[in-house]
Design a protein. Sequence first.
Length: 211
Amino acid sequence: MKGTRYRTIELFLLFILFPASLPLGYPIWLKLTIGILGFGYILWVLWRVEKTPLRWEVRVSWKPFWKRVAFIFPIIVLLTVGYVWWFAPQHLFFVPFHKPRMFLFILLVYSMFSVLPQGILYRTFFFRRYGNLFQSKTLLIFVNAILFSLAHLFFRNALVMVITFFGGLLFALSYLRLKSGMLVNFEHLLYGNWLFTVGMGQMLGFPGMEN
């Protein structure tokens, strides 16, 4: 299960074929079943093959994490506020002010059922499992960002694809520099939840956030 050929086929099935199939019209129950089985397989491989148990990280580098966030987050805030204000000012901070319960519910669901699984799949598992398939670190980061964007293809939204590609680059770089899946998850939570806060949830087509 650690051979190059096996892992290459595994990568294709898990990170290319399945995500690319999600926009197709086969039953939702089948998509969920395949997704759950695939995620279970990934957890099993992490535990039994890669010997990487998932646990709370006690010793992490908080100082470089906060320095990184302090530099990047204000840039994201300025860009997103400007973007929403210019293209859809009616959405700017609409949900947190007018639908606070829905807003908190979406943040909770997004954090638990999107950010955490994506962190396991696209950071912990991907870099542990496939890191040595790529001789170039630049290529490894680029492929990871492409696949992270592909995972959002089912939204059928070009803006989602662009944002998740750049987000994938950002999180891949953070993971390789900070060496912590937990810290990258915190970073993902912060930036992702900010998009819902500022009003981009409506623009990205997330359900329940319409004005």
